[in-house]
Structure formats: C-alpha cells, structure tokens
Design a protein around this ligand. Structure first.
Ligand code: CO
Length: 150
C-alpha cells in the first residue's frame, strides 16, 4: 500500500460503497492506519491509497476513528480553516468548512452509526468525505499557498 499523489486520477473519482465487512476490510484499515501514522497525517481516505472504496480513517489526537460509507446529515456554522493533504505535499489552503456536523456511517462490522462532531474532528471528516467524492481541498480553497523548502 502506497500513498497516491495529485494529479493521479483516482483522487478524482466518486468512490464505491463498501459492501463486504470482512477480514480483507480490516486488513486494509490496519495498513491505512500504519501509513497515515508514518506520514504524520490526521486523516486518510481509501482512494489516497489507490482503493475505490467509500471509507476513511481519522486520528485527530489520540483517538482513532474508522468511517465506512459516510454521509453528512447536518452541517452548521461556516468558518474558514487552514488545511493540507497528504496527497498534495507542500501546499496549504484556506477552505470554508462547517464548525459542527452530524454524520451517518457504518463501523468496521457494518453496523449503522451516527456521530456529532466539532473542532478538528469535524474539519477532518469534511476533508475526507470530499476525497471520497473526488474533491480535493485545492478545488474549493479560497486561497492556496506553497510551503517553502530551503
Ligand atoms: Co487529503
């Protein structure tokens, strides 16, 4: 499993619904988690590792989250946030996001769940759900800037 970088086409697809909640799925998630942690990421979507699946993981701080077939149900209070992406190294942007969201998703066993999120987790979830629809932060950023490498 490797990270996929912009402008790879898989980053522009609308990912397919996960149907099989099996050993293969848990292996995929385990590998994604290792890759995300190794790269100091706080979120990673399946199409960023070349998999056409509607799932992402998140680790805003210590807690690790898995979201399968996620959908945003409610979103409230817009704000402008600074963000980057493991698939677009050395770029940052300012993006309009919601402060509070409610999502529905399935867990690793396929059980339907809902979650209310705010703060960093809400921000990550919106970025990752965009990935699963083929949307990158550079597509909606109101400003993009480059990190300087000296
Ligand atoms: Co990203």
């Amino acid at each position: 499993m490797n990270l996929i970088y912009y402008p790879n086409k898989i980053l522009k697809i609308k990912t397919k619904k996960v149907e099989a909640f099996d050993k293969n799925l848990s292996n995929i998630i385990k590998e994604m988690k290792e890759l995300m942690v190794k790269n100091n990421g706080v979120g990673l979507a399946a199409n960023q590792v070349d998999l056409d699946l509607s799932l992402f993981i998140a680790k805003p701080k210590d807690k690790f989250y898995i979201f399968i077939n996620p959908e945003i149900m409610l979103a409230e209070e817009e704000e402008i946030k600074e963000e980057g992406c493991l698939s677009i190294p050395n770029k940052w942007g300012l993006v309009k996001r919601y402060k509070k969201i409610k999502i529905q998703y399935q867990d690793i066993k396929g059980k339907k769940r809902t979650l209310k999120a705010s703060g960093l987790l809400a921000h990550i979830i919106q970025h990752e759900i965009d990935h699963l629809s083929g949307i990158l932060f550079i597509d909606k950023a109101i400003e993009i800037y480059n990190l300087k490498n000296d």
